[in-house]
Design a protein around this ligand. Structure first.
Ligand SMILES: NC(=O)C1=CN([C@@H]2O[C@H](COP(=O)(O)OP(=O)(O)OC[C@H]3O[C@@H](n4cnc5c(N)ncnc54)[C@H](O)[C@@H]3O)[C@@H](O)[C@H]2O)C=CC1
Ligand SMILES: O=C(O)C1=N[C@H](C(=O)O)C[C@H](O)C1
Length: 231
């Protein structure tokens, strides 16, 4: 498979290594200020920055190239990208987290939230920990997890680094080079339940994005990692 990478930072470089090991070819890397020349790519993978994701995804869809995006922090424009993909009869997958483990964790989180729904004595909260270079907070993964909890809760919204009645607190910590840790805690006076996903490196995110690109290459439509993994 011929791959164009949009964003050649930590994730772009990790994907380059794993994709090459899997027998794929990186035919183009497009970083800040580079032209949208896809050099015959079959598929594009975008891990760039929040301000660039919409232009990057749009350029791929306009050029008829299936696009996998893992960039976080741009989701106010998600519906526009879905419409563009449909208009162009293109192919598009966004996931806040491409790792298989986190996608299992998303399902576990929803099941636990469903079970805790009527247990008013427990208060739920979330903590995410990432490296100090991360531009957005909370993480995209934390927002997806929060949505999974709010669907089964009396709480109406999430709030970052604050406590507000009726809202789910997400605490975002930035420490060293942590690849990504997400912790959900249900606490009562007598006990607590905690579930945690801890990434040991970026390889899980990168491999998931490559698997998504392999799956998307010959399709049209808008998909999620749930579709790719059959969850
Ligand atoms: N969905 C997932 O599984 C994961 C998502 N991410 C997200 O991916 C994004 C990238 O993460 P990292 O690689 O760690 O960041 P990074 O900062 O190492 O790399 C971003 C790259 O994008 C480049 N860039 C800036 N403007 C650009 C433009 N207009 N077009 C193309 N490239 C441009 C930067 O120069 C940089 O090389 C972040 O939004 C992060 O939250 C990170 C890991 C996993
Ligand atoms: O910026 C990162 O590094 C990560 N970003 C994603 C997010 O915002 O959820 C996924 C992962 O946690 C690493």
């Amino acid at each position: 498979m011929k791959i164009a990478l949009l964003g050649y930072g930590r994730m772009g470089k990790t994907i380059e290594k794993l994709a090459t090991d899997r027998g794929h070819q990186i035919v183009k890397t497009i970083d800040q200020d580079d032209d949208y020349d896809f050099n015959g790519a079959d598929v594009a993978i975008d891990f760039s920055i929040p301000d660039a994701a919409v232009n990057n995804i749009s350029a791929c869809l306009e050029a008829g190239i299936p696009v996998v995006s893992g960039t976080t922090g741009w989701l106010d424009h998600y519906d526009e990208m879905v419409s563009l993909c449909e208009n162009k009869k293109g192919a598009f997958i966004y996931a806040s987290n491409f790792s298989v483990g986190v996608n299992i964790f998303f399902e576990l989180n929803k099941q636990l939230a469903q079970m805790m729904k009527n247990l008013q004595e427990y208060d739920v909260s979330m903590t995410e920990v990432h490296h100090i270079h991360k531009l957005d907070a909370p993480s995209g993964t934390a927002i997806t997890l929060a949505e999974g909890i709010l669907d089964h809760s009396d709480k109406k919204d999430w709030v970052l680094d604050e406590k507000e009645t009726g809202k789910l607190t997400i605490t975002a910590k930035r420490e060293g080079e942590v690849p990504g840790t997400h912790i959900i805690n249900y606490r009562s006076e007598v006990d607590e339940i905690t579930i945690e996903h801890k990434a040991h490196s970026r390889n899980g995110f990168a491999l998931g994005a490559i698997i998504a690109a392999e799956w998307l290459k010959d399709k049209t439509g808008v998909y999620s990692m749930k579709d790719v993994l059959g969850l």
